[in-house]
Design a protein. Structure first.
Length: 244
């Protein structure tokens, strides 16, 4: 049963999207530099990465057309419709976990990056946290930092930074996911209706504010160049080697 789309389009103010935007910018924003041409793969999450910009042009690409605008591209990360050595920066925020085979998606990223171009990536952390939320969102895997770095390096890119994120909110994440896994042992599999967008875990306005405030503590550390030893997301910045 196919489920289409990301909930970020309709719920861009959800605490996680707001927090992720800040954490990505704090950890990876410095790698954008003076990029002339930027590609944002998976821009159904566009509302949460508005800081990613280009001196000339930023192109958004996604299988889900809802968040795309004129000039953007509806397409797949497994077959990027661009020539070799095209982009200064390619971003894929919470995208690669949707791609199978993973190596093909990362090879496509490496192919379209200019020599010296940068790749910015975020992926969800830890296979032990796998629940029906991953199934609903068509994930194929979750990552450790080591696993994410190895996958990126396997495409021929050189990793410049790797860190976890959402460390201060991690205890809440871990408790929620472990409780959900225990509940799933004694329940039938959960399904969504065709074309239904996966729902987000509900939180009260008070909890939303608390989780967002806690994530800011991560942001202050990441902005100082300090990596986080654990968290519910993995962030990676990599570079395509220059030609000799």
């Amino acid at each position: 049963m196919k489920v289409v789309g990301s909930p970020s389009i309709g719920q861009s103010e959800y605490w996680w999207y707001r927090a992720r935007a800040e954490l990505l910018e704090r950890a990876l924003g410095g790698f954008v530099g003076d990029a002339v041409l930027v590609l944002d793969i998976g821009s159904a999450d566009g509302p949460s990465v508005a800081w990613l910009a280009a001196k000339d042009r930023k192109i958004n690409l996604d299988l889900d057309p809802r968040g795309l605008k004129p000039g953007d591209v509806c397409g797949s990360a497994l077959a990027l419709p661009f020539g070799d050595d095209t982009f200064d920066v390619v971003a894929a925020f919470d995208v690669i976990e949707h791609c199978e085979p993973e190596a093909q998606a990362l090879a496509e990223v490496a192919r379209i990056l200019k020599p010296g171009g940068r790749f910015l990536m975020s992926v969800p952390a830890y296979e032990w946290a796998w629940t029906h939320f991953d199934v609903w969102n068509h994930h194929h895997r979750r990552y450790t930092r080591k696993r994410a770095v190895a996958a990126v390096e396997g495409s021929g890119l050189v990793v410049r930074r790797s860190t976890y994120a959402f460390a201060w909110t991690f205890p809440f994440f871990a408790a929620f996911r472990l409780r959900t896994r225990l509940q799933e042992r004694n329940r039938e599999a959960k399904y969504l209706e065709p074309e239904q967008v996966p729902p987000l875990p509900p939180v009260s306005s008070k909890t939303d504010r608390m989780l967002f405030a806690l994530s800011k503590r991560d942001g202050r550390r990441l902005a100082k160049g300090k990596d986080l030893p654990f968290g519910s997301s993995v962030l990676v910045a990599a570079e395509k080697p220059t030609k000799e």
